[in-house]
Design a protein around this ligand. Structure first.
Ligand SMILES: [Mn+2]
Length: 207
């Protein structure tokens, strides 16, 4: 085990957020095996967070409830904010990380690409969802437009540069799932501890 790894604090974080619209409790371990316990009261988002945990090798527990009788929007947004902030906290000073990751993930006819830079500078570039995707209610409750909104909240909370683009796809469930899995795979690479990296992988000395 490298010095950079043993010098690293445990890369875990807990987060909570309680507003008039939702209550969120979240626990994550960036050096996990992808185990998850997800109960957000938004079934399709449970499915996406479970996929994110599995394919990023992040252990993730999320318990949330909110005003989903109005719309899933507030609850999904607040969970994503807490998840982003927890990722930032767990990354610590970012010493020893690979920093960059990229992935191209299919799900049947859908194909999504994601690139992640753990840069400390929030920036999201998101493109390629087919016309009308943003209006589709996946599973009857998860608006397609929320996919970008989740990536915005995670990107800004965690301080990541993220590019996600949909290259092909027709089924909204497949498209969304390919996007989350591509992001998960790219993030897995970027957060990985590289034994050859000594200190913080930036010529500026800080990320
Ligand atoms: Mn699925």
């Amino acid at each position: 085990m490298s010095a950079s790894r043993t010098a690293q604090h445990p890369r875990t974080a807990q987060g909570t957020r309680s507003t008039s619209e939702s209550t969120v409790e979240l626990d994550l371990n960036l050096d996990g095996t992808g185990q998850s316990h997800i109960d957000t009261s938004v079934p399709f988002f449970d499915h996406m967070l479970t996929a994110f945990a599995k394919h990023s090798l992040t252990d993730l527990t999320v318990r949330a409830s909110g005003d989903t009788n109005i719309d899933a929007h507030h609850t999904v947004e607040d969970i994503s904010i807490v998840l982003g902030q927890a990722i930032r906290e767990a990354l610590g000073d970012k010493s020893g990380i690979s920093r960059y990751g990229d992935a191209l993930v299919p799900l049947d006819e859908a194909l999504a690409q994601a690139v992640v830079d753990i840069s400390g500078r929030p920036y999201l570039v998101h493109s390629g969802e087919p016309a009308g995707f943003e209006h589709h209610l996946i599973g009857g409750h998860f608006t397609g437009s929320l996919v970008r909104h989740v990536f915005e909240a995670i990107t800004f909370g965690a301080g990541l540069t993220v590019h996600v683009r949909v290259l092909a796809g027709r089924d909204p469930h497949h498209i969304a799932e390919a996007e989350f899995k591509a992001f998960a795979r790219a993030f897995r690479q970027a957060k990985a501890l590289d034994p050859h990296v000594v200190g913080i992988p930036s010529t500026k000395g800080a990320l």
